[in-house]
Structures are given as C-alpha cells and as structure tokens.
Design a protein around this ligand. Structure first.
Ligand SMILES: *[C@@H]1O[C@H](CO)[C@@H](O)[C@H](O)[C@H]1NC(C)=O
Ligand SMILES: *[C@@H]1O[C@H](CO)[C@@H](O)[C@H](O)[C@H]1NC(C)=O
Ligand SMILES: *[C@@H]1O[C@H](CO)[C@@H](O)[C@H](O)[C@H]1NC(C)=O
Ligand SMILES: *[C@@H]1O[C@H](CO)[C@@H](O)[C@H](O)[C@H]1NC(C)=O
Length: 492
C-alpha cells in the first residue's frame, strides 16, 4: 500500500538467496495467524514435562527448533501463518521484573536472542514454514531499548543506537498525553525502556535499514509492530515500506476513530476496539446490541477492516478461559475471532487448549505441559473447522475476503455477522441460551444451507428466510450448501 520505490542496493545480493513470499497486505488478507510466544510454545528437546511455573517471569526453554518441530500441530488447525516473538538479542540477567523471555527488552538488533537458538535455527524455521506455504510474521521492537536499572545506563553497549543522543531524555510515560506516549519512557526504575528518538534523521535511517535487513535476511513475510502508538504516526510509512511486507501494529485504543487513524500509516492494527467490547459483551457485562454498533462503526471508520487483526486473546490480556469456564462461550470467542470479518484472525497459542491464565505472566503458560492434544474435547478441532471454512470461502468465493461485513443484534443477546454469502450468529448467554426462535434473512428463495459448525441443514423459504438453531448457545455459521462442495466440511 505504500510506495515501494525506496532503493537498498546494498542488500540486493542478500535478499536474492533467501526464500520469501515477501507478502503484501493483499496476500495476508486471506491468512489465519497463530501467535506463538517463542519461549513458551515448544522446546528443542520436545519435553512435555520441563518445569515452567504459571507465574514464571524467567526463560522456560522454548525455541525456534521447538516451533519448527511443532508446525504439524499448528497446521493441523489449518492456520496459514505464525507470529513469533521478537528475535533480537535482549538484556540478560534476572531483573526485579524477571527475564526478557518475552523479547520486548532489546539490547542488540544485530544479534539473535540466543535463548531461542542460533540464527541458522531461525532461518530453518522460516524455511520450514515456507515449504508448507505458511507465512512467518516477526515481532519488531523499535520504540525502545532496555537496561537493567535506570542509573548508569550502558549506552555504548547498545547496538546500533550506541549513544544517549539517539534517545529521548528520560521522563515517564503519561498515557493521557499522546506526546508523552510517543517520547517518554515506558518501564520503570528496575527496567527502564529508553525511548528511541524516532524524530532524528540518523536514527530513522538506522531503523529503516535494520528492518529491511531483518526481513530480507530471514525472508519474513510480515511484521508485527510493537508499541506502534508510542511512536509518532509519520515515522511508520517509510519504516513499513523498508520492511517491504504487510505490517500490523499494536495501537491499543478503545475507540474506532483513534484506532482506525493508524491504518493511514501502516497496513493494519490489532483490533483492540473489537477485543475490548466483544469481551465485555460475551462476558455478560455488555450486550450484543452495543457490540453490533461498535463493529459497524469500525467498518465505516477504518480504511479496510479486513486488514486489521481480529483477536480475543494475546500476551497482554487475560485468557478467555479465565473469564468464563463455559465451553459455549469459549467457542463463541473462537468463532468471532476467525469469522468476525473485522480482521485477519489471530489466535494466541494455548487458546485451543482453553488455557486459563489471567493477566501476564499467567496467560503465558508453557504449552508443552498440555502435551499438545489434538482432540475435540478442547478447541483444537473447532479451530481447524473454523479455519478450514474461512480458507475454503476465501479461495472459492473471490468476493468474500473484501466484502464489507454488516452486524446486527436480532436480540440484545445475539449478534449476527453477515459477510458475503456467510452468515454467523453468536450468543452471549453461552450454554444458558434459551431456544429462542431466530430467523436469518436475505437468502435466495428455497436455498439449501448448512451450519458448518454443527453440520445441520436448513432451507430458506420462498421469501429467503431460514430458521436459526442455536443449540446450547453454540455459534451458527450458515453458508449455501452447494458452495461447500469439495471443502471437506460436513462431508461435502
Ligand atoms: C485442514 O486441515 C486438515 C487436517 O490437517 C486437512 O486435511 C485439510 O486439507 C485442511 N483444509 C484446508 C482447507 O486447509
Ligand atoms: C544485517 O543483519 C545481519 C543479521 O542480523 C547482521 O549480521 C548484519 O550485520 C546486518 N547488516 C547490516 C548492513 O546491517
Ligand atoms: C505532554 O507531554 C510532553 C512530553 O513529556 C510535555 O512536554 C507536555 O508538557 C505534556 N503536555 C501536557 C498538557 O501535560
Ligand atoms: C446495551 O448496552 C448499552 C451500553 O452498554 C446500553 O446503553 C443499552 O441500554 C443496552 N441495551 C440493552 C437492550 O440491554
């Protein structure tokens, strides 16, 4: 979406030898992303017993080789992309705030984080994903560097910004002041996150070169921009252009105008507005009428909601299973994530196992302790069905991916999502949902439809209306039966 005319002749020889889809926004639109915290997903030794306390803020031993060995597990749910933790070298040592196992405390851009493996391990992971046709999105941190303690900062030990002059002077962030959010420091006296002076021309050149080198060296297909709201918006277009791939930023805001504004500077942002209000609605603290209004508001305000990130869990938020133990509610969150129409689906590792940690670090459990079961008692096969369905519509119906979704609340407890030829209904009452009669409208007359999530068939009547059966409060995703041929769904 941005001018791709920046020239980096210096790197051309490097980029030629690496496998890469160098995927743009158009190519990412159809994808479905599985978000991995590298330290917590899988270990090189394949252990399913290695200790990792649920409140641990230390390295637990996950690695790039571990992820590579579990690509089958991820692809078994039909995800077509992974997002991995930042790859670069971090500050070391066990600070009062723990270790840098998450990857958000950079020290040297030009070394990899050796806790996760070697640079050839990282290259192997990217190549192995590409062999399967999967994209790899890398998490990028350019807003700040970190230090152990805020006195005697070792500026010369940082690479490549090895001087205090490349940073904003110390002041602690006031989130109610956007200038402060962009120029002051996050963190605290134990682990200050020294704010990079992204207004400085020399710094800008170094950061753009860094991201271009990183994506082309390894062949990353997309970037996730950490702390995007903590850098002035104007910084991003040249950076994203230098990255040369689809870029999705973290801009944590609760209203459509502020969130959507970032889409003029990068391809997409995590859809925090949907996440915030969907959590409220699904947990029973809000209602679906409100949620329908918020989602329609995003469609009319954002440049293109299909390029946002649609998620209900991530490394910074409480797991849905810590909010509700009702499987119907957890399936509702899963269905909304994949079929919301309000972004590229992003599922946080462990959501499929109904991991139930609360706020960080409890939400960052070691997945190996589950043993990676692939059965249907949790959400593993449910996500496989949701992804297979979305992948099928995306490849068989050219209008689907770009079709603007519309949202309605036929009841204050039920949300309907219509996108192209798909219509989904979800309830916020979970298994307590009473068998209310609902009607789905707008179909062609006398059309055979299938709820792909229950495989129940239903026909529209002569006026194009069809009955909706929300058995046990489970999501319903209706689609014309004739279009499902060859999908493998419901034996079609
Ligand atoms: C979904 O995953 C299953 C199991 O791995 C596989 O058989 C099927 O081909 C996949 N379907 C799509 C559309 O990716
Ligand atoms: C490019 O990145 C590699 C690996 O991170 C590093 O070794 C190399 O020095 C970088 N080159 C430039 C010109 O920044
Ligand atoms: C906002 O933050 C900036 C940077 O710290 C500061 O200069 C400015 O005075 C603050 N504005 C207000 C209204 O507090
Ligand atoms: C839904 O929630 C909104 C705001 O959260 C409230 O104003 C409205 O009255 C609620 N509607 C119903 C039907 O409960």
């Amino acid at each position: 979406m941005f001018v791709q005319s920046l020239v980096f002749p210096f790197f051309l020889s490097l980029s030629a030898v690496r496998s890469s889809f160098a995927a743009n926004a158009e190519e990412w639109r159809s994808r479905s992303i599985y978000q991995v915290m590298t330290d917590r997903f899988a270990r090189t030794d394949g252990s399913t017993t290695a200790a990792c306390d649920s409140s641990s803020t230390s390295y637990c031993g996950g690695s790039w080789k571990g992820i590579e060995s579990k690509l089958d597990y991820i692809q078994g749910m039909n995800f077509t992309a992974i997002w991995i933790s930042p790859t670069i070298e971090q500050i070391t040592g066990d600070t009062y705030e723990g270790e840098a196992y998450h990857g958000y405390w950079p020290k040297n851009y030009y070394n990899v984080n050796s806790n996760f493996g070697s640079s050839s391990d990282l290259q192997d992971l990217v190549n192995a994903a590409h062999v399967r046709g999967m994209y790899v999105m890398v998490d990028i941190v350019v807003n700040h560097f970190a230090n152990w303690g805020d006195s005697d900062i070792d500026w010369s030990g940082l690479t490549p910004l090895n001087s205090e002059s490349y940073f904003h002077p110390k002041c602690w962030v006031d989130w109610n002041n956007q200038t402060s959010a962009e120029q002051c420091w996050m963190g605290d006296g134990y682990v200050p996150l020294m704010d990079v002076n992204t207004e400085d021309d020399q710094v800008i050149t170094m950061l753009n070169n860094f991201v271009h080198n990183l994506t082309t060296t390894y062949g990353f297909d997309g970037t996730r921009l950490d702390a995007a709201k903590s850098i002035r918006k104007d910084f991003w277009p040249a950076f994203v252009s230098a990255a040369g791939v689809y870029s999705q930023g973290e801009a944590w805001y609760g209203d459509a105008p502020t969130q959507c504004a970032y889409q003029d500077y990068m391809d997409g942002v995590h859809n925090y507005v949907m996440k915030t209000f969907a959590t409220e609605a699904i947990s029973g603290q809000g209602n679906m009428t409100m949620l329908a209004g918020k989602l329609n508001g995003l469609v009319s305000t954002c440049k293109d909601v299909s390029l946002l990130g649609s998620f209900m869990e991530n490394h910074d938020n409480a797991r849905m299973a810590s909010i509700s133990s009702d499987t119907a509610i957890l399936k509702t969150a899963a269905a909304l994530t994949v079929l919301s129409g309000n972004g590229i689906p992003i599922v946080f590792y462990g959501q499929e196992q109904m991991s139930s940690g609360n706020n960080a670090p409890q939400n960052r459990q070691a997945l190996w302790l589950t043993g990676y079961p692939t059965g249907s008692d949790k959400l593993y096969t449910y996500f496989a069905t949701l992804n297979t369905f979305r992948n099928h519509i995306g490849t068989s119906d050219s209008a689907f991916l770009t079709a603007k979704p519309t949202y309605d609340a036929p009841l204050s407890t039920v949300l309907s999502v219509r996108k192209g030829n798909m219509m989904m209904f979800i309830s916020n009452e979970g298994s307590k949902t009473s068998s209310t009669k609902l009607t789905s409208t707008g179909w062609s007359a006398n059309t055979a439809l299938v709820d792909v999530l229950s495989c129940q068939s239903v026909s529209s009547d002569g006026s194009g209306n069809a009955a909706v059966n929300m058995n046990g409060g489970l999501p319903v995703a209706m689609y014309p039966k004739s279009y499902l041929t060859g999908s493998g769904l419901c034996s079609l």
